[in-house]
Design a protein around this ligand. Structure first.
Ligand code: ZN
Length: 148
C-alpha cells in the first residue's frame, strides 16, 4: 500500500458542498467527473498527497443514494492506493476476506478500483485503487469529464 488515496464523502448537493470545501476549508478544487456506471457525480479536492472525494448520486440506483437514505451525509469510504491491484485482491481473497469486487473496475480520476466488503473490515467501507496505465485517451472508460 502506498498512501491514503482519498476519503469519500457522500453529499446531497454537490454544488453547495463543493463551495464549502473550496471557500471555507480552502482546499484546491480539481474538478467534477461523472461515473455513469456508478450513477455518481464526483468532485475532487487535492490535499497534499491525498484527496477528498465528494460523491453525489445521479439517480436512485446509485449506492450513494441508498447510503444517504440510510445514514445521511458523511464519510462513505476510505481509499488506499496500491500497486498491482489484482494481485492484492487475489491475496485478500485467499485470506478469506469478503470482496465487493474481485476484479478491478474503472473508477473516477483515472483509477482502477475495487471495494472490500464492510462486513470484512470492521464496518469501514474500504476501496483499493491503482492509477490506470496510460493507453489511448481514456475515453473508452465511459467517463465524462466536466469542467465547471
Ligand atoms: Zn473513492
Amino acid at each position: 500500500m502506498k498512501k491514503i488515496s482519498h476519503i469519500g464523502i457522500a453529499v446531497k448537493d454537490l454544488q453547495s458542498s463543493v463551495a464549502w470545501y473550496r471557500d471555507v476549508l480552502e482546499l484546491e478544487f480539481e474538478g467534477i467527473e461523472e461515473v455513469e456506471s456508478e450513477q455518481v457525480r464526483v468532485a475532487f479536492f487535492r490535499i497534499g498527497e491525498s484527496r477528498v472525494e465528494l460523491l453525489e448520486p445521479m439517480s436512485e440506483q446509485s449506492a450513494i443514494f441508498k447510503f444517504l437514505e440510510k445514514n445521511g451525509e458523511g464519510i462513505h469510504h476510505i481509499a488506499f492506493e496500491t500497486e498491482r491491484l489484482q494481485e492484492r485482491l487475489d491475496a485478500l481473497k485467499e485470506k478469506g476476506i469478503r470482496l465487493i469486487h474481485e476484479t478491478p473496475k474503472p473508477g473516477a480520476h483515472n483509477m482502477n478500483i475495487a471495494f472490500l466488503h464492510p462486513k470484512a473490515t470492521g464496518g469501514v467501507l474500504m476501496e483499493l485503487c491503482e492509477p490506470r496505465q496510460e493507453k489511448g485517451d481514456g475515453s473508452e472508460h465511459g467517463h465524462v469529464a466536466k469542467d465547471r
